[in-house]
Design a protein around this ligand. Sequence first.
Ligand code: C2E
Ligand code: MG
Ligand code: MG
Ligand code: MG
Length: 277
Amino acid sequence: EAKRHGRGRAVRYAPGMIEAVAERHALERDLRLALADHQFHLVFQPIMTLSNDAIVGYEALIRWQHPTRGFVSPVSFIPMAEETGLIMPIGAWVLNEACRRATLWPAQQHVAVNVSAVQLRSPKLLAHITSALADSGLPPHRLEIELTETALVEDGPQVAHTLSALRQLGLKIAMDDFGTGYSSLAHLRDLPLDRIKIDRSFVSAALHDKHSMAVVKAITQMGSDMGIVTIAEGVEDADQLALLRSLGCDAVQGYLIGRPERQMNYCPPAAISTHVN
Ligand code: C2E
Ligand code: MG
Ligand code: MG
Ligand code: MG
């Protein structure tokens, strides 16, 4: 590499680059230890249906509480987990924990779990899902899998096989962050999808940008014509909620409805009633 720059010329690194590489390695090393050291936990964000404003389920979101760095965002460590293969054991833990927690909720509520492209490509994913369901006792119809467009459009034989097996099990499949990836309308037509999640970037811009508004309109219309439930992400204020209602969007999720929470002292209604005696 240095030779290409000619003899006697040192390769220059941009200031901070070596530090950034070292930092990355340190974080990667820590990520390897995090699972065994119980540094992960899940938070749950409510999803509200607009037909009767009921909470129909929660999305599980992973949190990493690093012993010295504090909170590390999944936006930075999930890609790292994907590159190192650590997403497989971490993803299996998420599935187990999410299913276990969902058994504490009312039976009409589901849990939505994010599954990465790397997991979907792996022949192990199905076993991880079936054992999470079996160990927790959660019925398959109460588990939803959120996949990104990028994961879904990869049409390898493994992906197709896993998707149809998941469908057969009775799970629901959602396309996450819709509109931001590389999906085409042919994929929407051909994939066995139950839900489309409209990306927050369109939802938050819709009221002041007519192109974002057009996209939100088109997705909700298409979803309803195709019999696919549409869920708007990142709903933060009442005006956005009113807009989504008027467009016939099926469900909403966002800080206005509820922030992702730990549910540490969550007490299921059933447990309360059986306790009184
Ligand atoms: P996502 O699946 O699209 O999750 C929604 C993200 O939007 C979450 O960020 C959530 O906290 C945030 N959010 C929800 N409502 C609002 C709102 O009203 N305003 C704003 N500004 N943000 C809102 P989070 O938890 O940081 O997760 C980021 C991404 O990391 C997720 O995007 C998902 O792609 C990934 N991720 C999180 N947990 C997991 C996991 O267990 N497994 C995998 N593979 N990926 C995960
Ligand atoms: Mg998601
Ligand atoms: Mg999303
Ligand atoms: Mg998103």
